[in-house]
Design a protein around this ligand. Structure first.
Ligand code: GDP
Length: 318
């Protein structure tokens, strides 16, 4: 177990992006710490707005920042809203990281994403694979913005001695996910689709792509716990992957969701839909060395995510 080198107790802690799935999980996890939690609604401060961000930081002077705000989406959203994904995420990273430094934040944790790794990097993906090859084209704008954020954190550490760290979570799922049928990630999309199919007794559910890509899925509350752990125990320029170390094919994963939801019809695949990257499994050796590993098994996490989906989106069908 890595020793605690940074104490959160009594600190003003800002969660940027507290309404998103990741931010909500961080807020749930931070409720267990003796801290002064700061959040700000988007209606008050749009994190893409430099003047608004700088003014808010100057007024509130957070000592600790979790940068969980981002414009995110699944493979289709990434590929079609390319300008939004690069502009929003570059602006958010630039504004928040600079404002944190300029206003004396003691520590910042930047959340990247496993799509920053090259499409054909060796699996499992090690932290040092970043910038060793070309990216998956469908999410290149998002990945470039995230790489810029990581490089900013690194540069502020090297030039100013700022204690800014970056973590790379794998594919996340859980309460507060985005369930948009077209723009969501696969877990939320399949939970929604299998639930509707169960209700309407549809004979078939269509899953995008070939079913052969492999993905690693981490329950978002596990990720939040890892972030708090790293905030307390880690300080170095190198990234830290956050994952489970296990992956599953999309076809097998669809069966897990069907079982959890209780859908008994057929599962088919639509290869005209994009597969995205063939495999995305993180090497979690560094994280394990720091004394953290995931605790929520996939079945349990999907069960909890499904319960949250029904409660949030379809309470009348519970
Ligand atoms: P990615 O990890 O960035 O590719 O993000 P996604 O979560 O969008 O997609 C993961 C994998 O799930 C891809 O291979 C998709 O083709 C596949 N997939 C299967 N059905 C769906 C679906 O309904 N929505 C999404 N987003 N992906 C799906």
């Amino acid at each position: 177990m890595a020793p605690v080198i940074f104490d959160l107790a009594g600190k003003r802690v800002f969660v940027a992006g507290h309404r998103g799935m990741v931010g909500q999980a961080l807020v749930r996890r931070l409720a267990k710490e003796r801290i002064d939690l700061l959040t700000v609604p988007r209606s008050e401060v749009d994190l893409r707005d430099q003047a608004a961000v700088f003014a808010w930081f100057a007024r509130n002077r957070p000592q600790v920042v979790f940068l969980a705000a981002a414009t995110v989406g699944g493979v289709v959203a990434n590929n079609t809203r390319r300008a939004e994904f690069i502009y929003d995420n570059l602006a958010i990273a630039a504004n928040v990281i600079h404002a944190a430094h300029a206003n004396g934040a003691e520590k910042l944790l930047f959340l990247g994403s496993s799509c920053i790794y090259p499409k054909f990097a060796a699996q499992p993906l090690r932290e040092d694979a970043m910038l060793t090859g070309l990216l998956e084209p469908t999410n290149e704008p998002y990945a470039i913005a995230k790489i810029a954020g990581i490089k900013m954190a690194e540069a502020y550490r090297s030039q100013y001695g700022a204690d800014f760290i970056s973590v790379m979570p794998t594919n996340l799922y859980g309460p507060g996910d985005n369930y948009h049928p077209e723009y969501s990630h696969v877990v939320a999309a399949l939970i929604g689709r299998f639930h509707e199919a169960k209700l309407t007794r549809a004979p078939e559910v269509i899953v995008w792509g070939t079913g052969t890509p492999r993905r690693e899925f981490l329950y978002v509350d596990d990720m939040a716990d890892a972030c708090v752990h790293l905030m307390k125990t880690y300080s170095a320029p190198e990234l830290v992957n956050i994952g489970t170390g296990e992956d599953i094919s999309i076809a097998d994963f669809a069966r897990v969701v069907a079982d959890v939801v209780g859908y008994e019809g057929r599962i088919s695949f639509d290869p005209s839909r994009p597969d995205g990257t063939p495999r995305k499994l993180l090497d979690v050796t560094r994280l394990a060395g720091l004394g953290w590993s995931a605790t929520t098994p996939l079945q349990d996490g999907v069960r909890r995510a499904y319960r949250a989906f029904v409660a949030e989106m379809r309470p009348e069908t519970a």
